[in-house]
Design a protein around this ligand. Structure first.
Ligand SMILES: Cc1cc2nc3c(=O)[nH]c(=O)nc-3n(C[C@H](O)[C@H](O)[C@H](O)COP(=O)(O)O)c2cc1C
Length: 366
């Protein structure tokens, strides 16, 4: 909406609730600057830390074993645990940055990672741990998402994300009732105990095979007020898609019935309206809570598809930075499946988009 120049170099997201993330995987620190957070919001660093802990590497036997405490420090914008309305800077030190593990990747491009394209674009790159393309960048998003979630919670909005599918294994989940507690009940973040067990076993097998797996994170936002979304270019689903697809390894986005809706007829797909004691509601929710780019008050339900992790220990064909054909086998510490750790990242992006649109709707209403 407000123009290209804000995010000209790609590290800034949002219009009125605007974040800029900074930092590389094996640099000194990573973090975020949040601009546009309303003043007077109670904010304790522990609330940010809780979400960072869900994102943290080394949290279980099915994630990367990189050991980071990911301690958040608020450097500005908060005084006596209340936001000042000034830029909020949040920083996290990198502690377990073993650049040596990546020495062999200095001049050899990992298939389907960002090594080749960063080198081709910038002519220089921090090759340690994926640099800026590493999922460590998302620390800033998750920290900012925790602040956005607080603003949304005050409006009665609650966001719950979970692993819906890994590889071909899909969990049955009720979007109306699923809770954060259900999600956090197991290390896979699959809110179905039986499927969680199968998925955990399959991820362990992939790691043993020197391979990796992808899957789908689903998220539901409940209690979203009617009217969020700015047609036509900043339709709510367009901004959600942009936010989600900006996450590392995210390759697909759906809202509501998504691609499955193409196999339905209009009469089956339409969401009939009814009057629920003066509140206009729909009987079904194939729209996923958004119509015409504007929230209709029903649950917003989105899906984000994540590809299998690029770095695997199986040997693969590639080329080096001189164009010589060679092979590579990943070393270092990697997630055999990014899905469990992607959950707080998806929630954060949904929160950032909804919070931005909430502030825009307030501005529009005057
Ligand atoms: C939670 C999470 C963890 C990730 N961990 C790894 C990893 O350990 N190794 C790796 O090669 N890629 C990992 N990635 C993905 C890469 O950052 C990403 O694939 C790479 O930057 C290339 O970008 P693209 O996949 O979006 O095209 C992770 C992504 C997420 C969301």
């Amino acid at each position: 909406m407000v123009g290209w120049y804000h995010s000209a170099m790609g590290s800034t997201f949002g219009n009125l609730f605007r974040i800029t993330t900074w930092g590389e995987s094996h640099g000194d620190a990573v973090g975020v600057v949040i601009d546009g957070c309303p003043p007077g919001l109670e904010l304790d660093v522990a609330e940010i830390q809780a979400d960072l802990d869900r994102r943290r590497p080394g949290q279980s036997e099915i994630t990367t074993q990189r050991r980071e405490s990911d301690r958040a420090e608020i450097l500005s914008g908060v005084f006596e645990e209340r936001t000042l309305g000034t830029p909020i800077a949040i920083s996290v030190r990198n502690e377990d940055a073993k650049g040596k593990d990546y020495e062999h990747m200095k001049s050899v491009f990992r298939p389907s990672h960002a090594d080749y394209t960063y080198q081709a674009k910038y002519g220089i790159r921090n090759w340690k741990g994926g640099g800026r393309a590493s999922a460590r960048e998302t620390i800033g998003r998750v920290a900012a998402g925790a602040v956005a979630s607080k603003i949304l919670a005050a409006e009665g909005v609650e966001i719950v994300g979970y692993v819906k599918k890994v590889w071909t294994l899909e969990a049955p989940v009720d979007t109306e009732t699923v809770t954060r507690q259900d999600v956090e009940a197991n290390i896979a973040r699959v809110p179905d105990a039986a499927m969680a067990e199968r998925i955990i076993d399959r991820i362990k097998q992939a790691r043993k095979d020197g391979d990796s797996l992808g899957g789908v994170v689903e998220a539901v936002a409940r209690g979203v007020p009617v009217g969020l979304g700015e047609p036509v270019f900043d339709k709510l689903e367009a901004d959600l898609a942009r936010g989600l697809l900006s996450l590392p390894a995210c390759k697909g986005f759906e809202i509501g019935s998504g691609f499955a809706g193409t196999e339905m007829t209009g009469s089956a797909h339409n969401d009939p309206f009814y009057n629920d004691d003066g509140r206009i509601r729909t009987r079904t929710n194939h729209s996923g809570g958004v119509q015409g780019g504007i929230s209709n008050g029903e649950n917003i339900v989105i899906k984000a598809a994540f590809k299998p992790t690029a770095t695997i220990t199986k040997q693969q064909n590639t080329v080096d930075d001189q164009g010589n054909e060679t092979t590579i086998a990943g070393r270092g510490r990697h997630d055999p499946c990014v899905l469990p750790r992607a959950v707080p990242m998806v929630e954060a992006m949904v929160a950032l988009v909804l919070c931005d649109h909430l502030l825009m709707q307030r501005a529009l209403q005057g």
